[in-house]
Design a binder for this molecule. Structure first.
Ligand code: GDP
Ligand code: MG
Length: 162
């Protein structure tokens, strides 16, 4: 069985961009607006001679009804399927209430969680680090997924958790 990695987080934090980097494919749709990936998207990745399944998800918001709720069901289903969860947050947006709610529920899932702070291009990493430390999910990995920066560190973090 290939280990399964789920990418979760609010819409627009860069999950699909990370998925493309990790799977080196264009299978996931990268949107310039929030929440285009409506369904779970599966890809395969190969890292240091090991194969993985990577799941991109449509994004978790605080909203309840309609398509938002369906997307969230899909994302939580992906968490259930995963051996390791990559929880992505947005350095530019900063820590949000939704991030805190997602962190809380992820903790209850008792899955191994790697916190990834994406979009660190042009932000002060030490300030961002202090802010996201409040999530209580340990040392984050910093990435600029759109430029392929920090992807190796994501793999390192994932491997350390599995
Ligand atoms: P998703 O909704 O979480 O899947 O986010 P996407 O991967 O679709 O990305 C949302 C937007 O953020 C797109 O315009 C991406 O090009 C952009 N983006 C992704 N990663 C980065 C990054 O590291 N830095 C910056 N500045 N933009 C990024
Ligand atoms: Mg997406």
């Amino acid at each position: 069985m290939k280990p399964v990695i789920a990418l979760v987080g609010r819409p627009n934090v860069g999950k699909s961009t990370m998925f493309n980097q990790m799977t080196r494919s264009r299978a996931a749709l990268v949107a310039d607006y929030a929440g285009l990936t409506r369904d779970r998207q599966y890809g395969t990745a190969r890292h240091e001679d090991q194969d993985f399944i990577v799941i991109d998800t449509g994004g978790l918001t605080g909203e309840r009804g309609g398509i938002e709720a369906l997307m969230q069901d899909q994302a939580w289903a992906a968490v259930e399927e995963a051996d390791c969860v990559v929880f992505m947050v947005d350095a530019r947006a900063g820590l949000t209430v939704a991030d805190q709610e997602i962190a809380e529920r992820l903790r209850r899932s008792s899955k191994p969680i790697l916190l990834v702070v994406n979009k660190v291009d042009g932000v002060d990493e030490s300030l961002v680090q202090a802010e996201f430390a409040r999530l209580g999910l340990g040392e984050p990995v910093f990435t600029t997924a759109s430029h392929g920066r920090g992807i190796a560190a994501v793999w390192e973090g994932v491997l350390a958790l599995m």
